[in-house]
Design a protein around this ligand. Structure first.
Ligand code: SAM
Length: 241
């Protein structure tokens, strides 16, 4: 996905997402968090394609790695968590060519890595990786998921919410809305009609099997369609745990 679109959108991303999804994305996030907490309450999290860091804010684990390639999104994440009392550590390094920014608040630690899912390298494995509306943005889904899977502890989880192709009438209606109406709203609200046309197209690029095929070595412990069946939730557990 062209990162420039997300750079341009970064400062208005949270607001724009609420408006164009009528708050449904927030409802999906709430359902996702509720499911995740049934399996794991705290620990080390890697959130991929973090955008403005809402997933980290909602899960609030003790140690959180956020992987996000857009420099402007990273800026928004840092500002958001600073407002929540996190302090930037004296540690902003270019590590393996990618900026790492560390934020701390009491026992809680956030490390933001400005990189893609395909290329990010971490020197720690996580209890869980979350990918909320993330996978369809990867340039190479297989490479991205393989790289992420390497960073999960034995017995750890890979948790996904993604919009996928679906033949139901309601899904077709939602897709029509995303492809035809949302770009018009985004054009009026943000001057970003063409960008939203591209984002809309990316929704039809994934089907559920593509995701499941890339979860070899993991067992599916939860799979469900969320309200408005265009979004699917998958929680998979690494087999050797
Ligand atoms: C729809 S947003 C994700 C929403 C976010 N996960 C949340 O919880 O609100 C998509 C994000 O994917 C990021 N992205 C694009 N290409 C990526 C890649 N190859 N690897 C990881 N993230 C990518 C974009 O910069 C953007 O911030």
């Amino acid at each position: 996905m062209d990162i420039k679109i997300y750079d341009k959108l970064a400062k208005r991303y949270d607001f724009a997402t609420k408006v164009v999804s009528f708050g449904i994305e927030e409802l999906w996030r709430w359902m996702f968090v509720r499911e995740i907490k049934k399996y794991i309450k705290n620990g080390t999290l890697i959130d991929v394609a973090s955008a403005t860091g809402e997933m980290a804010r909602a899960l609030d684990f003790n140690k959180m790695y956020l992987i996000e390639p857009s420099a402007e999104m990273v800026r928004v994440i840092v500002e958001k968590f600073q407002k929540m009392g996190y302090k930037k550590e004296d540690f902003e390094v270019i590590f393996e060519q990618c900026p790492h920014i560390k934020l701390k608040k009491n026992q809680k630690e956030i490390i933001i890595i400005q990189d893609t899912a395909e290329d990010a390298i971490l020197h720690e494995k996580a209890d869980i990786i979350t990918a909320f509306m993330a996978l369809r943005n990867f340039d190479d889904l297989e490479k991205g998921m393989e790289n992420l899977k390497k960073h999960i502890k034995p017995g750890g989880y890979f948790a996904v919410v993604e919009m996928v192709k679906n033949d139901s009438i309601i899904s077709k209606l939602i897709l029509w809305y995303m492809n035809k109406i949302v770009p018009v709203i985004a054009g009026m609200m943000l001057g970003m009609k063409e960008e939203y046309k591209l984002l809309g197209k990316s929704i039809t690029s994934l089907d559920e099997n593509k995701i499941l095929n890339n979860l070899k070595g993991f067992s599916i412990v939860k799979k469900q369609k969320l309200i408005f069946p265009i979004a699917t939730l998958i929680i998979a557990k690494r087999d050797d745990g």
